[in-house]
Design a protein around this ligand. Structure first.
Ligand code: PLP
Length: 324
């Protein structure tokens, strides 16, 4: 069986994620992306990028896939590479949760961890430098490069965006967390074709350099970045909201208690962002149809976001320091 045939067996299990109707006023829907095969929204670009790379002859049976990842993209690539019999090297940093690191260790050929912070105070720039170094030295290296590869955002245009357009007759607000910007770019392009008056709200974390120029230590993974990719300039964003890490953790806890959704940091962030947005504009969601994109599940964050001691030591005390 060739690589492309092997991929087709995965396609039914990535995409077409369920829509969950939240309780409370108005109509709030959550697109549960953790139902994808390897557990996150990043299964979509991993499949799309590898499929195109195979079709273009950039990846073959002898290739080694190498990518910088905060966890989910790595797990998605690792799962697909494992199925295809390809070697995979994720380049991660200390912010990765132990749960995600354990999965990567089992599925990857080798895990490389960057320990030193870069000039922005984050790890991303050093992770990318390490990938560039490995690509030069590992024979048959292929770097999906989620930060610069147009297939990252095109994947969301062709899959997630199409699904949502087919599911809704009306949409007022969509809340999307941002890191590489692939999701918000492809999604906003596709959704605004059908819903030109829709408001796209980008959600980021304090200390990230996507919508702000004030770096700070971030302890939550998933959303946020030490750099703004060029593709974000193509995104059709109506408002960007930058939340504190404390607000995001509170968002995770209330999303679980109020909606039975155990989400990762970016899930809590979009939920909290919707609450703050409604407060800011004095709307109660009454007549609105809103959508939250839930990128991953909280089970990988039981020792952090959902652990009281960790939250106190890593988020709460710092928040009170910075915001007093
Ligand atoms: C949990 C989670 N949330 C949000 C994002 C942001 O998505 P994007 O890179 O498409 O901007 C990611 C990307 O890695 C993620 O893993």
């Amino acid at each position: 069986m060739n690589l492309a045939d092997n991929l087709s067996g995965l396609e039914n299990l990535i995409g077409n994620s369920p829509l969950y109707k939240c309780t409370g006023p108005g109509a709030v829907y959550a697109k549960l992306e953790y139902h994808n095969l390897m557990g996150s929204i990043k299964d979509r670009p991993a499949l799309y990028i590898l499929k195109n790379a195979i079709a273009r002859g950039l990846v073959g049976p002898e290739s080694t896939v190498i990518e910088s990842t905060s966890g989910n993209f790595g797990i998605a690539l690792a799962g697909i590479c494992n199925r295809l019999g390809l070697k995979f090297i994720p380049v991660v940093d200390p912010n990765i949760t132990e749960e995600k690191a354990a999965v990567l260790r089992m599925l990857s050929w080798k895990v490389v961890k960057v320990e030193e912070r870069d000039e922005t105070g984050g790890f991303l720039l050093n992770r990318i430098r390490e990938v560039q170094r490995l690509v030069k030295t590992v024979p048959g290296a292929f770097n999906p490069n989620q930060y610069e590869n147009d297939d990252n955002y095109l994947c969301y245009y062709h899959t997630l965006g199409r699904e949502i357009n087919n599911n809704f007759g009306r949409l007022d607000h969509v809340f999307v967390s941002v890191s590489s910007g692939g999701t918000i770019t492809g999604l906003s392009m596709r959704l605004k074709e059908k819903f030109p008056r829709l408001k796209i709200i980008a959600v980021d974390v304090e200390g990230s350099l996507i919508f702000s120029d004030k770096p700070a230590v971030r302890r939550l993974s998933g959303l946020g970045s030490s750099m703004r990719t060029a593709m974000i300039d193509k995104a059709l964003i109506d408002e960007a909201m930058v939340l504190s890490q404390w607000d995001i953790v509170q968002g995770c806890h209330s999303l679980l208690k109020e909606q039975n959704i155990l989400g990762g940091a970016s899930a809590g962030a979009v939920f909290r962002a919707m609450q703050l947005f409604n407060e800011k504009y004095h709307i109660n969601n009454g007549g609105n149809i809103n959508l939250l994109i839930i990128p991953d599940n909280g089970s990988a964050y039981m020792n952090s976001i959902y652990n009281e001691t960790w939250v106190k030591a890593n988020i709460q005390n710092i928040h009170h320091e910075v915001h007093k």
